[in-house]
Design a protein around this ligand. Structure first.
Ligand SMILES: Nc1ncnc2c1ncn2[C@@H]1O[C@H](COP(=O)(O)OP(=O)(O)OP(=O)(O)O)[C@@H](O)[C@H]1O
Length: 310
């Protein structure tokens, strides 16, 4: 079985004599979640568009499962993605949009697949509503459904959390982890929001000005962000709940904040526990050297364009 799913070699895109993507190489293994992180204009979307055949390649090659892909249409049945705003037929319902896509896929997609994806993305009750009446968040979730409905081996997600609410983000992250761990799906995901990426990625590439400036693997990502500061509506109760439910030790600091050491992969569980116990969460901060500070250091001049941990 082919271990490397995607191999991007010396990819370049020149627009108006400017290298938008400049000699970028990386490869992604089966079942990996691979993050592209970079400020606005770094070249993330352009790379994804080249992989999906939405933009031509000026230099370099893309290998998919060992095959040099000259015409990306060859692999579209195996690849799903959201790049920029997803496209829909506004006069069709959410379900009919999905059914139309399914009808042009070569994969077998049955009613239980539609049911599952619509339930999962919390669109089930609005499945028969025309998409022109959908909110931004609903359209984003339908876009995710479109990317997933044909069960792609490789999922390409350009800023997929845009427009999702906090619970939607947590559920979506967990679903991506489920897809990779249980279905063997491989994911290439971009963001300029560091906290979204560091929670789920096995490897992260930092881009700036069209170039890769650094790559971190899971161990290197994990060693960041070990201390968390939380501001909620009830610090004392939060300390008790985190201790009794998750065996985490948090304490008050001087700023109505509670601080505790936590492993990166526990953050989702921590937030879920607090939400389930009806806390208002006003702020979540990371202390120690975080992926964000590493990124800001690497990105230098563009530092103001990054979002901080939400
Ligand atoms: N067709 C085009 N014509 C001119 N410039 C372009 C074109 N496509 C992309 N660019 C420029 O290329 C650069 C990289 O754009 P790209 O969308 O790939 O960045 P990005 O990292 O995805 O940014 P963001 O986080 O804002 O989505 C930007 O400066 C953009 O303005």
């Amino acid at each position: 079985m082919e271990k490397t799913i995607l191999d991007v070699r010396n990819l370049s895109k020149i627009i108006k004599k400017k290298p938008i993507v400049n000699d970028v190489s990386f490869s992604i293994e089966k079942g990996e979640i691979f993050g592209l992180l970079g400020p606005n204009g770094a070249g993330k979307t352009t790379i994804m568009k080249m992989i999906m055949g939405l933009q031509s390649i000026d230099f370099g090659s893309i290998f998919y499962k060992g095959r040099n892909i000259k015409n990306p249409k060859e692999i579209l049945n195996e690849v799903g993605g959201i790049i920029e705003s997803p496209n829909f037929y506004p006069y069709l319902s959410g379900l009919d949009n999905l059914k139309y896509l399914a009808s042009i896929s070569q994969k077998i997609i049955d009613n239980s697949d539609f049911e599952y994806i619509l339930q999962f993305l919390n669109l089930h009750k609005d499945k028969d509503v025309k998409v022109k009446y959908y909110s931004l968040g609903m359209k984003q979730r339908l876009g995710i459904a479109q990317a997933l409905i044909h069960k792609p081996d490789l999922l390409i997600l350009d800023e997929p959390m845009n427009g999702l609410d906090p619970i939607g983000i947590i559920d979506f992250r967990n679903y991506l982890i489920h897809l990779t761990r249980n279905k063997g799906t491989t994911i290439l995901i971009s963001s300029h929001i560091i906290s979204e990426i560091e929670l789920i990625c096995d490897r992260v590439v930092f881009m700036n000005d069209g170039k890769i400036i650094d790559t971190l693997n899971q161990d290197e990502i994990t060693k960041f962000s070990t201390k968390i500061g939380l501001t909620t509506n009830d610090s004392s109760r939060a300390i008790k709940v985190l201790s009794s439910h998750l065996n985490l030790s948090f304490e008050n600091n001087d700023y109505e904040e509670i601080i505790g050491e936590i492993k990166k992969e526990q953050i989702t569980e921590l937030l879920k526990t607090l939400i389930e116990n009806e806390f208002q969460i006003y702020e979540v901060k990371q202390y120690h050297e975080s992926l964000e500070s590493k990124f800001l250091q690497l990105a230098g001049g563009n530092r103001n364009e990054f979002n901080s941990v939400d």
